[in-house]
Design a protein around this ligand. Structure first.
Ligand code: FES
Length: 429
């Protein structure tokens, strides 16, 4: 791990952990080897971060007395207190898992002891106490008003497609603001090896230049939470807003592909994109990392392996983690509270068992279409998920979709051409 520039101390269940000021809490926990940060609400299975983009809920914890905080999106500050949720006793043991011994087929708390006077009430009270998503906050948050504002062009997503279209529209004289829920722009590029991301450097540089010159307003750590009619609900460091944009451009990208296999929620199993994103931040995942690339997946797994190979050369092999890349499909994870290995059906049709401290899966990504359908867009189903249907970038009245959301591959030339098409449509209205 790279040395910290501005260290702060946070705690996980009271244990001090050194973190970089402002880095996502979950990244600091993984860097400290704390892969398991919670238990699942119902079955109390060990949970850990796996997506690092607010999409998996594996990183939920109580932070400074607020329950269910996504620690992958919350910056570390001096004294931040992180407490794991949904457990009885230490998070590594969780005494509630003993119920599995008595009820190996699971139990239905609606029926258990139902109808037995006295016992029924005790059982219900106990079930209510141990179920759910943590305890309520120590203090209530008073309602805050959302400011309403008109805008010219609002772009949701500062990944390659969002950056490309924002630059085109700003250069054409439009007033553009770009929202992104991450703490820095770049989207998927922030998870690629620097060499692999270099094909997008023109798009990135042009965008950052316009931001620096005030021609594009970039708002990071800002969430576009929903579209209601033409209103876009936005929440970020500046508070809540309702924006009515002349042109709403959705560039929300794609979700990491999630496959169904045994143990796919064991801490230490992550998307390859998440692994690459951590690596770009100097966070290593243990001495043995296995990257599994199913058919149609990429490019993050292979990019991760290239970045690690370069890091290994720079360290001249000293304490360098080994990365094994397997083309195939994961069948099951070994380990319960953290990954110990993975069994893969290789592309050659052979079952292979590999020891691992972390497993990265680079499954085909599924377009992040949710806002688009709220805004009235039509989607079509493909094996990887729902793709927004567009006509010259137009997805609905005043709403445009670009990039992976609309089926564009993560390729610099394709992204640029896609942005050019949508920008031309917007400028023609
Ligand atoms: S939601 Fe935080 S890691 Fe997935």
């Amino acid at each position: 791990m790279a040395p910290l520039r501005d260290p702060v101390t946070i705690t996980l269940d009271g244990e001090p952990i050194v973190a970089e000021r402002g880095e996502p809490i979950a990244a600091a926990l993984v860097a400290a080897g704390k892969l398991m940060v919670a238990r699942s609400p119902k079955f109390h299975r060990p949970r850990g971060p796996s997506c690092f983009r607010a999409a998996c809920d594996g990183c939920l914890a109580r932070v400074d007395e607020t329950p269910n905080v996504m620690t992958c999106m919350t910056p570390a500050r001096e004294g931040t207190a992180v407490v794991s949720q949904n457990r009885l006793g230490p998070r590594q043991i969780d005494l509630l898992r003993m119920t599995d011994w008595f009820f190996p087929e699971g139990l239905d708390h609606h029926e258990l002891f139902a109808g037995i006077p006295g016992v029924q009430n005790v059982m219900q009270a106990f079930a209510r106490r141990v179920a759910g998503l943590g305890r309520l906050p120590a203090e209530g948050t008073p309602p805050r008003a959302a400011a309403r504002r008109d805008a010219d062009v609002v772009v949701v997503g500062a990944g390659p497609s969002g950056m490309a279209i924002a630059s085109r529209l700003a250069r054409a004289g439009r007033a553009v603001e770009v929202l992104d829920d991450q703490d820095a722009p770049g989207g998927g590029l922030t998870a690629l090896d620097a060499d692999d991301a270099s094909s997008f450097s023109e798009i990135h540089a042009s965008f950052m230049d316009l931001v620096a010159r005030g021609r594009v307003r970039l708002r990071t750590s800002t969430i576009a939470g929903g579209v209601y009619g033409r209103d876009l609900l936005v929440s970020g460091p500046e508070g809540a807003e309702i924006l009515l944009a002349r042109a709403l451009v959705l560039a929300s990208g794609a979700h990491d592909g999630v496959l169904a296999f045994e143990g796919n929620d064991v801490p230490g199993l992550m998307s390859a994109r998440a692994g690459g994103w951590l690596l770009r931040r100097g966070v290593l995942l243990g001495p043995r990392v296995v990257v599994v690339i199913p058919e149609g997946g990429g490019p993050f797994g292979a990019s991760y392996a290239r970045a690690m190979a370069r890091a290994t050369m720079q360290r001249q092999g000293k304490h360098a983690p080994t990365v094994t890349v397997v083309q195939g499909t994961p069948l099951r994870i070994k380990g319960s509270s953290r990954v110990k290995g993975v069994v893969v059906m290789t592309a050659a049709g052979k079952e292979e068992a590999l020891a691992a401290d972390a497993v990265l899966v680079d499954a085909p990504r599924s377009p992040a279409y949710e806002l688009a359908t709220q805004a009235g867009a039509t989607v079509r189903h493909e094996p990887r998920g729902y793709v927004v249907v567009t006509d010259g970038g137009r997805a609905a009245e005043g709403v445009y979709a670009v990039g992976e959301l609309a089926g564009c591959p993560l390729d610099a030339a394709a992204v640029d051409a896609d942005a050019a098409r949508a920008a031309a449509t917007i400028l023609s209205v």
